[in-house]
Unconditional design. Sequence first.
Lengths: 115, 298
Amino acid sequence: MNLTVVKNATCTFCGCVCDDIELHADGTRITETKGACILGQSWFKNHTAEHLYPDALIDGKEATVDEAVEAAADILHAAHLPVVYGLSNTTCEAQREAVHLAEVVGGVIDSHTSL
Amino acid sequence: MKNRADLIIYWGGNPAECHPRHFTKYTIMQKGRFIPNGRKGRTMVLVDIRETPSAKAADVFLQVRPGKDFEVLTALRAVVKGQRVDAAAVADTGLSLDQLTDLANRMKACRFGVLFFGMGLSMTRGKHMNSAAALTLAAELNAFTKFVAMPMRGHGNVTGADVIMRYTTAFPFGVNLSRGYPRFNPGEFSTIDLLVRGDNDATLVLGADPGATMPQPAIRHLSQTPTIVLDPKVTHTSRLAKVHITTAATGITAPGTVYRMDEIPLPLKPPLVGPYPTDEDVMRRIREAAERKAHIAA
Protein backbone atom coordinates (compact mmCIF):
# COMPACT_ATOMS: atom_id res chain seq x y z
CA MET A 1 0.00 0.00 0.00
CA ASN A 2 1.40 3.33 -1.10
CA LEU A 3 0.70 6.37 1.05
CA THR A 4 0.45 9.58 -0.94
CA VAL A 5 0.66 12.91 0.88
CA VAL A 6 -0.56 15.97 -1.02
CA LYS A 7 0.20 19.32 0.62
CA ASN A 8 -1.78 22.49 -0.13
CA ALA A 9 -4.48 20.50 -1.91
CA THR A 10 -7.52 22.38 -3.20
CA CYS A 11 -11.03 21.60 -1.93
CA THR A 12 -13.86 22.18 -4.40
CA PHE A 13 -16.87 21.50 -2.21
CA CYS A 14 -18.01 25.08 -1.63
CA GLY A 15 -17.17 28.42 -3.20
CA CYS A 16 -14.42 29.14 -0.63
CA VAL A 17 -12.11 26.75 -2.55
CA CYS A 18 -9.62 26.41 0.35
CA ASP A 19 -6.18 25.53 -1.00
CA ASP A 20 -4.35 24.71 2.23
CA ILE A 21 -5.56 21.16 2.87
CA GLU A 22 -3.16 18.27 3.51
CA LEU A 23 -4.50 15.01 2.07
CA HIS A 24 -3.28 11.51 2.81
CA ALA A 25 -4.37 8.83 0.33
CA ASP A 26 -3.68 5.09 0.18
CA GLY A 27 -4.19 4.68 -3.57
CA THR A 28 -7.89 3.83 -3.22
CA ARG A 29 -9.31 6.35 -0.79
CA ILE A 30 -8.41 9.52 1.08
CA THR A 31 -7.64 8.64 4.67
CA GLU A 32 -6.86 12.02 6.19
CA THR A 33 -7.91 15.62 5.45
CA LYS A 34 -5.85 17.99 7.61
CA GLY A 35 -7.22 21.53 7.69
CA ALA A 36 -10.50 20.75 5.94
CA CYS A 37 -13.78 21.84 7.52
CA ILE A 38 -16.56 19.37 8.23
CA LEU A 39 -18.03 19.82 4.74
CA GLY A 40 -14.62 19.36 3.11
CA GLN A 41 -13.90 16.19 5.10
CA SER A 42 -17.08 14.49 3.95
CA TRP A 43 -16.46 15.69 0.37
CA PHE A 44 -12.96 14.19 0.20
CA LYS A 45 -13.87 10.96 1.98
CA ASN A 46 -17.01 10.46 -0.10
CA HIS A 47 -15.09 9.71 -3.32
CA THR A 48 -12.70 6.84 -4.02
CA ALA A 49 -10.59 5.54 -6.91
CA GLU A 50 -12.71 2.36 -7.10
CA HIS A 51 -14.83 1.33 -10.06
CA LEU A 52 -18.13 1.58 -8.18
CA TYR A 53 -20.39 2.71 -11.01
CA PRO A 54 -20.83 1.49 -14.60
CA ASP A 55 -18.76 3.42 -17.18
CA ALA A 56 -21.95 4.57 -18.87
CA LEU A 57 -25.69 3.92 -19.04
CA ILE A 58 -28.07 4.25 -21.99
CA ASP A 59 -31.76 3.93 -21.05
CA GLY A 60 -30.59 2.49 -17.73
CA LYS A 61 -28.56 -0.31 -19.39
CA GLU A 62 -24.77 -0.54 -19.16
CA ALA A 63 -22.91 0.75 -22.19
CA THR A 64 -19.38 1.75 -23.18
CA VAL A 65 -18.24 5.38 -23.05
CA ASP A 66 -17.89 5.35 -26.87
CA GLU A 67 -21.54 4.27 -27.30
CA ALA A 68 -22.73 6.84 -24.75
CA VAL A 69 -20.72 9.65 -26.41
CA GLU A 70 -22.30 8.75 -29.79
CA ALA A 71 -25.80 8.64 -28.24
CA ALA A 72 -25.24 12.00 -26.53
CA ALA A 73 -24.03 13.61 -29.77
CA ASP A 74 -27.06 12.17 -31.64
CA ILE A 75 -29.46 13.67 -29.09
CA LEU A 76 -27.80 17.09 -29.11
CA HIS A 77 -27.47 17.18 -32.88
CA ALA A 78 -31.15 16.28 -33.37
CA ALA A 79 -32.44 18.81 -30.81
CA HIS A 80 -33.81 22.21 -31.85
CA LEU A 81 -32.85 23.88 -28.57
CA PRO A 82 -30.53 21.81 -26.39
CA VAL A 83 -29.40 23.16 -23.00
CA VAL A 84 -25.97 22.57 -21.46
CA TYR A 85 -26.44 23.13 -17.75
CA GLY A 86 -24.64 22.85 -14.40
CA LEU A 87 -20.90 23.53 -14.62
CA SER A 88 -20.40 23.92 -10.86
CA ASN A 89 -18.73 20.73 -9.81
CA THR A 90 -16.27 20.56 -12.67
CA THR A 91 -13.06 22.18 -13.93
CA CYS A 92 -12.60 25.34 -16.00
CA GLU A 93 -11.14 23.15 -18.75
CA ALA A 94 -14.42 21.19 -18.93
CA GLN A 95 -16.43 24.43 -18.76
CA ARG A 96 -14.58 25.72 -21.83
CA GLU A 97 -15.46 22.51 -23.65
CA ALA A 98 -19.08 22.95 -22.52
CA VAL A 99 -19.28 26.44 -24.08
CA HIS A 100 -17.74 25.08 -27.28
CA LEU A 101 -20.24 22.20 -27.37
CA ALA A 102 -23.19 24.59 -26.83
CA GLU A 103 -21.93 26.70 -29.72
CA VAL A 104 -21.54 23.69 -32.03
CA VAL A 105 -25.04 22.34 -31.30
CA GLY A 106 -26.66 25.82 -31.22
CA GLY A 107 -27.96 25.65 -27.67
CA VAL A 108 -28.16 27.46 -24.37
CA ILE A 109 -25.27 27.34 -21.91
CA ASP A 110 -26.13 28.02 -18.27
CA SER A 111 -24.82 27.44 -14.75
CA HIS A 112 -26.07 27.37 -11.15
CA THR A 113 -25.64 31.15 -11.15
CA SER A 114 -29.04 31.51 -12.84
CA LEU A 115 -30.84 29.76 -9.96
CA MET B 1 -10.91 42.47 1.88
CA LYS B 2 -8.59 40.79 4.34
CA ASN B 3 -6.32 43.84 4.37
CA ARG B 4 -8.87 46.67 4.23
CA ALA B 5 -12.51 45.72 4.94
CA ASP B 6 -13.74 47.32 8.20
CA LEU B 7 -17.43 46.66 7.50
CA ILE B 8 -18.52 43.17 6.46
CA ILE B 9 -22.17 42.51 5.70
CA TYR B 10 -23.63 39.05 5.05
CA TRP B 11 -27.13 39.21 3.53
CA GLY B 12 -29.29 36.09 3.14
CA GLY B 13 -26.47 33.68 3.89
CA ASN B 14 -25.29 31.48 6.75
CA PRO B 15 -21.51 31.17 6.43
CA ALA B 16 -21.11 29.58 9.88
CA GLU B 17 -22.80 26.45 8.52
CA CYS B 18 -22.46 26.72 4.73
CA HIS B 19 -18.95 28.19 4.32
CA PRO B 20 -17.38 27.18 7.66
CA ARG B 21 -13.96 28.74 7.01
CA HIS B 22 -15.16 32.01 5.47
CA PHE B 23 -14.89 33.99 8.74
CA THR B 24 -11.48 32.66 9.76
CA LYS B 25 -9.79 32.41 6.38
CA TYR B 26 -11.08 35.43 4.47
CA THR B 27 -13.06 37.95 6.49
CA ILE B 28 -13.75 38.93 10.09
CA MET B 29 -11.10 36.94 11.99
CA GLN B 30 -8.15 37.80 9.76
CA LYS B 31 -5.55 40.40 10.70
CA GLY B 32 -4.87 42.52 7.63
CA ARG B 33 -2.34 45.13 6.62
CA PHE B 34 -4.70 48.01 7.47
CA ILE B 35 -6.75 46.02 10.00
CA PRO B 36 -3.98 45.13 12.47
CA ASN B 37 -6.41 44.22 15.26
CA GLY B 38 -8.33 41.65 13.21
CA ARG B 39 -11.82 41.01 14.57
CA LYS B 40 -11.74 44.13 16.78
CA GLY B 41 -11.04 46.31 13.77
CA ARG B 42 -14.07 45.10 11.83
CA THR B 43 -17.83 45.36 12.18
CA MET B 44 -19.95 42.47 10.99
CA VAL B 45 -23.63 42.85 10.10
CA LEU B 46 -25.90 39.89 9.35
CA VAL B 47 -29.20 40.39 7.52
CA ASP B 48 -31.45 37.34 7.32
CA ILE B 49 -35.01 36.17 7.86
CA ARG B 50 -34.07 33.99 10.83
CA GLU B 51 -31.42 33.96 13.53
CA THR B 52 -28.96 31.38 12.17
CA PRO B 53 -25.76 30.24 13.96
CA SER B 54 -23.96 32.99 11.96
CA ALA B 55 -25.80 35.60 14.08
CA LYS B 56 -23.52 34.70 17.03
CA ALA B 57 -20.56 36.06 15.08
CA ALA B 58 -22.31 39.32 14.13
CA ASP B 59 -22.11 42.71 15.85
CA VAL B 60 -25.48 43.68 14.38
CA PHE B 61 -28.22 41.24 13.40
CA LEU B 62 -31.16 42.53 11.35
CA GLN B 63 -34.13 40.20 10.93
CA VAL B 64 -36.07 40.91 7.75
CA ARG B 65 -39.58 39.63 7.14
CA PRO B 66 -39.45 36.83 4.49
CA GLY B 67 -39.81 38.15 0.94
CA LYS B 68 -39.10 41.77 1.92
CA ASP B 69 -35.42 41.99 0.95
CA PHE B 70 -36.05 44.07 -2.16
CA GLU B 71 -38.07 46.61 -0.15
CA VAL B 72 -35.32 46.82 2.50
CA LEU B 73 -32.60 47.30 -0.13
CA THR B 74 -34.62 49.96 -1.93
CA ALA B 75 -35.39 51.88 1.29
CA LEU B 76 -31.74 51.57 2.29
CA ARG B 77 -30.64 53.09 -1.03
CA ALA B 78 -32.98 56.04 -0.39
CA VAL B 79 -31.69 56.51 3.18
CA VAL B 80 -28.09 56.39 1.94
CA LYS B 81 -28.89 59.21 -0.50
CA GLY B 82 -30.62 61.24 2.22
CA GLN B 83 -34.08 60.96 0.65
CA ARG B 84 -37.24 61.01 2.76
CA VAL B 85 -38.42 57.50 3.65
CA ASP B 86 -41.83 56.62 5.13
CA ALA B 87 -41.29 54.92 8.51
CA ALA B 88 -44.60 53.03 8.23
CA ALA B 89 -43.55 51.53 4.88
CA VAL B 90 -40.22 50.45 6.36
CA ALA B 91 -41.95 48.83 9.37
CA ASP B 92 -43.69 46.43 6.96
CA THR B 93 -40.28 44.85 6.20
CA GLY B 94 -39.69 43.79 9.81
CA LEU B 95 -37.07 46.49 10.40
CA SER B 96 -37.41 50.03 11.74
CA LEU B 97 -36.30 53.22 10.01
CA ASP B 98 -33.82 53.73 12.89
CA GLN B 99 -32.19 50.36 12.13
CA LEU B 100 -31.91 51.23 8.44
CA THR B 101 -30.51 54.69 9.23
CA ASP B 102 -27.93 53.11 11.55
CA LEU B 103 -26.91 50.64 8.84
CA ALA B 104 -26.76 53.38 6.19
CA ASN B 105 -24.54 55.49 8.48
CA ARG B 106 -22.21 52.55 9.10
CA MET B 107 -22.01 51.92 5.36
CA LYS B 108 -21.17 55.53 4.54
CA ALA B 109 -18.70 55.91 7.43
CA CYS B 110 -16.64 52.76 6.81
CA ARG B 111 -13.35 52.88 4.91
CA PHE B 112 -13.99 49.74 2.87
CA GLY B 113 -17.26 47.83 2.97
CA VAL B 114 -18.13 44.42 1.59
CA LEU B 115 -21.63 43.10 1.00
CA PHE B 116 -21.75 39.31 0.65
CA PHE B 117 -25.13 38.11 -0.56
CA GLY B 118 -26.31 34.52 -0.37
CA MET B 119 -29.07 32.44 -1.86
CA GLY B 120 -31.47 33.74 0.83
CA LEU B 121 -31.41 36.94 -1.22
CA SER B 122 -30.89 35.71 -4.78
CA MET B 123 -33.29 32.75 -4.74
CA THR B 124 -36.27 34.15 -2.83
CA ARG B 125 -39.08 36.50 -3.93
CA GLY B 126 -37.59 39.07 -6.29
CA LYS B 127 -34.66 36.83 -7.34
CA HIS B 128 -32.63 38.61 -10.05
CA MET B 129 -34.15 41.94 -8.99
CA ASN B 130 -32.86 41.40 -5.42
CA SER B 131 -29.34 40.70 -6.66
CA ALA B 132 -29.55 43.77 -8.91
CA ALA B 133 -30.70 45.92 -5.95
CA ALA B 134 -27.80 44.68 -3.78
CA LEU B 135 -25.28 45.38 -6.56
CA THR B 136 -26.78 48.84 -7.19
CA LEU B 137 -26.61 49.69 -3.47
CA ALA B 138 -22.94 48.72 -3.36
CA ALA B 139 -22.22 50.72 -6.53
CA GLU B 140 -24.01 53.82 -5.14
CA LEU B 141 -22.07 53.63 -1.86
CA ASN B 142 -18.92 54.33 -3.87
CA ALA B 143 -20.06 57.97 -3.94
CA PHE B 144 -19.16 58.01 -0.21
CA THR B 145 -16.51 55.34 0.34
CA LYS B 146 -15.10 52.17 -1.20
CA PHE B 147 -17.68 49.41 -1.31
CA VAL B 148 -17.96 46.08 -3.11
CA ALA B 149 -20.58 43.31 -3.34
CA MET B 150 -19.90 39.63 -3.87
CA PRO B 151 -22.20 36.62 -4.11
CA MET B 152 -21.53 33.78 -1.64
CA ARG B 153 -21.07 30.90 -4.05
CA GLY B 154 -22.44 27.58 -2.88
CA HIS B 155 -21.03 25.08 -5.33
CA GLY B 156 -17.34 24.44 -5.99
CA ASN B 157 -16.45 26.04 -9.28
CA VAL B 158 -19.60 27.99 -10.17
CA THR B 159 -17.43 31.12 -10.17
CA GLY B 160 -15.29 29.50 -12.88
CA ALA B 161 -18.43 29.03 -14.98
CA ASP B 162 -19.13 32.79 -14.72
CA VAL B 163 -15.56 33.65 -15.69
CA ILE B 164 -15.36 31.20 -18.60
CA MET B 165 -18.73 32.23 -20.03
CA ARG B 166 -17.86 35.92 -19.64
CA TYR B 167 -14.62 35.66 -21.59
CA THR B 168 -16.00 33.32 -24.26
CA THR B 169 -19.50 34.82 -24.79
CA ALA B 170 -19.38 38.19 -22.92
CA PHE B 171 -22.21 37.10 -20.58
CA PRO B 172 -21.88 35.23 -17.27
CA PHE B 173 -24.76 32.68 -17.42
CA GLY B 174 -27.96 31.78 -19.29
CA VAL B 175 -26.44 32.41 -22.74
CA ASN B 176 -28.42 31.37 -25.82
CA LEU B 177 -26.16 30.53 -28.78
CA SER B 178 -28.92 29.14 -31.04
CA ARG B 179 -28.68 32.03 -33.54
CA GLY B 180 -24.92 31.67 -33.81
CA TYR B 181 -24.24 34.69 -31.60
CA PRO B 182 -24.69 35.05 -27.82
CA ARG B 183 -27.94 36.40 -26.36
CA PHE B 184 -28.43 36.96 -22.62
CA ASN B 185 -31.73 37.31 -20.78
CA PRO B 186 -32.15 35.88 -17.26
CA GLY B 187 -35.68 34.57 -16.80
CA GLU B 188 -35.92 33.71 -20.51
CA PHE B 189 -32.74 31.71 -21.18
CA SER B 190 -32.11 30.51 -17.61
CA THR B 191 -32.38 26.72 -17.37
CA ILE B 192 -35.09 26.51 -14.75
CA ASP B 193 -37.38 28.80 -16.77
CA LEU B 194 -36.69 26.92 -20.01
CA LEU B 195 -37.47 23.60 -18.32
CA VAL B 196 -40.61 24.77 -16.54
CA ARG B 197 -42.01 26.26 -19.77
CA GLY B 198 -40.85 23.19 -21.74
CA ASP B 199 -38.93 25.36 -24.23
CA ASN B 200 -35.91 23.07 -24.73
CA ASP B 201 -35.94 19.59 -26.25
CA ALA B 202 -32.72 18.10 -24.83
CA THR B 203 -30.47 18.77 -21.81
CA LEU B 204 -26.86 17.94 -21.02
CA VAL B 205 -26.16 18.14 -17.29
CA LEU B 206 -22.53 18.49 -16.18
CA GLY B 207 -21.45 18.89 -12.54
CA ALA B 208 -24.97 19.32 -11.16
CA ASP B 209 -27.93 17.27 -9.98
CA PRO B 210 -31.09 19.19 -10.93
CA GLY B 211 -33.13 15.99 -10.48
CA ALA B 212 -32.55 16.40 -6.73
CA THR B 213 -32.88 20.18 -6.42
CA MET B 214 -35.17 21.68 -9.07
CA PRO B 215 -38.95 22.08 -8.74
CA GLN B 216 -41.19 19.22 -9.90
CA PRO B 217 -42.28 20.72 -13.28
CA ALA B 218 -38.61 21.19 -14.28
CA ILE B 219 -37.75 17.60 -13.28
CA ARG B 220 -40.76 16.32 -15.22
CA HIS B 221 -39.51 18.06 -18.37
CA LEU B 222 -36.01 16.57 -17.84
CA SER B 223 -37.54 13.08 -17.71
CA GLN B 224 -39.86 13.65 -20.71
CA THR B 225 -37.11 14.94 -23.04
CA PRO B 226 -33.72 13.27 -23.65
CA THR B 227 -31.26 14.15 -20.88
CA ILE B 228 -27.52 13.40 -20.75
CA VAL B 229 -25.63 13.36 -17.45
CA LEU B 230 -21.89 13.48 -16.77
CA ASP B 231 -21.18 12.81 -13.08
CA PRO B 232 -18.78 10.84 -10.84
CA LYS B 233 -21.83 9.07 -9.38
CA VAL B 234 -25.15 7.79 -10.66
CA THR B 235 -27.32 10.69 -9.45
CA HIS B 236 -31.05 11.42 -9.18
CA THR B 237 -30.76 13.09 -12.59
CA SER B 238 -28.93 10.05 -14.04
CA ARG B 239 -31.89 7.85 -13.11
CA LEU B 240 -34.30 9.89 -15.22
CA ALA B 241 -31.75 10.48 -18.00
CA LYS B 242 -31.41 8.71 -21.35
CA VAL B 243 -27.60 8.73 -21.17
CA HIS B 244 -25.29 8.73 -18.14
CA ILE B 245 -21.48 8.78 -18.35
CA THR B 246 -19.40 8.32 -15.20
CA THR B 247 -16.51 10.80 -15.01
CA ALA B 248 -13.57 11.44 -12.67
CA ALA B 249 -14.29 13.47 -9.50
CA THR B 250 -13.02 17.06 -9.67
CA GLY B 251 -9.96 17.59 -7.46
CA ILE B 252 -10.01 13.98 -6.22
CA THR B 253 -9.27 11.95 -9.36
CA ALA B 254 -9.47 14.75 -11.97
CA PRO B 255 -6.88 17.53 -12.35
CA GLY B 256 -7.61 21.02 -13.67
CA THR B 257 -8.30 24.58 -12.58
CA VAL B 258 -11.07 26.01 -10.40
CA TYR B 259 -11.97 29.57 -9.37
CA ARG B 260 -12.41 30.71 -5.79
CA MET B 261 -15.48 32.92 -5.22
CA ASP B 262 -13.30 36.06 -5.37
CA GLU B 263 -12.19 35.00 -8.85
CA ILE B 264 -8.73 33.70 -7.99
CA PRO B 265 -7.94 30.66 -10.17
CA LEU B 266 -6.39 27.73 -8.29
CA PRO B 267 -4.86 24.47 -9.57
CA LEU B 268 -6.25 21.15 -8.36
CA LYS B 269 -3.99 18.51 -6.84
CA PRO B 270 -5.84 15.21 -7.14
CA PRO B 271 -4.47 12.63 -4.64
CA LEU B 272 -5.97 9.58 -6.40
CA VAL B 273 -5.93 8.06 -9.89
CA GLY B 274 -9.37 6.74 -10.86
CA PRO B 275 -10.77 4.50 -13.59
CA TYR B 276 -13.04 7.10 -15.26
CA PRO B 277 -12.29 9.74 -17.95
CA THR B 278 -12.44 13.44 -17.00
CA ASP B 279 -15.38 15.76 -17.79
CA GLU B 280 -13.07 17.70 -20.11
CA ASP B 281 -12.23 14.56 -22.08
CA VAL B 282 -15.84 13.36 -22.42
CA MET B 283 -17.15 16.84 -23.33
CA ARG B 284 -14.52 17.14 -26.05
CA ARG B 285 -15.46 13.73 -27.46
CA ILE B 286 -19.18 14.61 -27.50
CA ARG B 287 -18.41 17.93 -29.23
CA GLU B 288 -16.21 16.22 -31.85
CA ALA B 289 -18.93 13.62 -32.51
CA ALA B 290 -21.56 16.40 -32.83
CA GLU B 291 -19.30 18.28 -35.26
CA ARG B 292 -18.96 15.15 -37.43
CA LYS B 293 -22.77 14.77 -37.53
CA ALA B 294 -23.22 18.46 -38.42
CA HIS B 295 -20.62 18.10 -41.16
CA ILE B 296 -22.35 15.04 -42.65
CA ALA B 297 -25.74 16.79 -42.48
CA ALA B 298 -24.31 19.82 -44.30
